[in-house]
Design a protein around this ligand. Structure first.
Ligand SMILES: C[S@@+](CC[C@H](N)C(=O)[O-])C[C@H]1O[C@@H](n2cnc3c(N)ncnc32)[C@H](O)[C@@H]1O
Length: 286
């Protein structure tokens, strides 16, 4: 169902930005080792295995990374691409990303822009060979159709768009007394978001967040896909995965990849498996 109305209440941006600003210092400090900042500083591509294995052709291309957080993935890609632009609405994230870029000698190849996702076309007015966004992005956005317009609008003719995230079917579940039970609707109306309060961030670090409240939406897989198809992109593949890069539920088991150093999480071995995440590659015909 296409919903072109944004929420009337725009305070969600301030609420979510305050929460994300809080997380930046905790994620940079990386006490729990989730972000593998040290490995990144030592030259490693620290993107999660799924996107690292699916999105790897960067030689000589210009890349746009939407909702780039403090730039670890952006800079992992910048090491391999001609140029990368990262965009995020958190001033603390953008400052941290610029500092990291300087620290690893990538400031000439990576640019970071402060912008709300929906306002990005007013800040960045060119198209790219590859546009990507991964892991924990559309949950912050009320209007998936407008997201599709923005995302696809940046893809050059002949260019590609890559997206990977939590499977929305799993996002409806809550963990209660050791069981996963449906709690949230599979499609959140744009004007009736879910509001959460969490003391800590998802990395396993114990530092307390000051701004605990977040405002979020669940958008179905079909809306993600149709939002991009309706903007003239063509689907190359849609994949569902039994793993996810963070411990979404306490019942998930960690699996380490000794080659990449990355850890992902899956339902317990021998039990029912679920599609915990999905990814897709699209392209714009010439
Ligand atoms: C989970 S992170 C991005 C994922 C990235 N893979 C990571 O973990 O480093 C989500 C990012 O979305 C950004 N964000 C949330 N709402 C946004 C909005 N309306 N416009 C732009 N960025 C937004 C946050 O600041 C945060 O950096």
């Amino acid at each position: 169902m296409k919903n072109t109305k944004g929420p009337r209440d725009q305070t969600y941006i301030q609420t979510n930005r305050a929460n994300w600003n809080d997380r930046v210092a905790i994620h940079l400090r990386d006490d729990a080792g989730f972000y593998r900042v040290e490995a990144f500083l030592n030259g490693k591509d620290v993107r999660p295995d799924i996107d690292r294995e699916e999105m790897y052709e960067f030689a000589g291309i210009d890349v746009l990374h939407l909702q780039c957080h403090f730039g670890l993935d952006t800079l992992s890609v910048a090491r391999q691409a001609k140029s990368v632009v990262g965009v995020d609405f958190s001033p603390k994230a953008i400052t941290a990303a610029c500092d990291l870029a300087k620290r690893v000698g990538l400031a000439g190849r990576a640019e970071f822009v402060l912008s709300d996702l929906y306002a990005t076309p007013m800040q960045v007015n060119r198209q790219f060979d590859l546009v990507f966004s991964t892991w924990g992005t559309t949950t912050w956005l009320p209007d998936i159709w407008r997201w599709g317009e923005v995302f696809a609008g940046f893809v050059k003719p002949g260019g590609r768009a890559y997206f990977a995230d939590l499977h929305p079917t799993i996002a409806i579940l809550d963990e209660a007394n050791g069981s996963l039970v449906p709690r949230y609707s599979w499609r959140t109306p744009s004007d009736r978001p879910e509001v959460f309060e969490e003391d800590i961030t998802y990395t396993g670090a114990h530092s307390r967040l000051e701004n605990k409240k977040t405002v979020e939406w669940i958008h179905p897989v079909s809306d993600h896909l149709n939002a991009l198809l309706s903007q003239g992109l063509r689907l190359e593949y849609l994949h569902e995965h039994e793993v996810i890069p963070w411990k979404l539920f306490q019942c998930l088991e960690g699996v380490s990849n000794p080659t990449s150093g990355a850890v992902c999480y899956r339902m317990p071995e021998g039990g029912a498996q679920l599609p915990l995440s999905f990814s897709m590659m699209l392209s714009r015909p010439n």
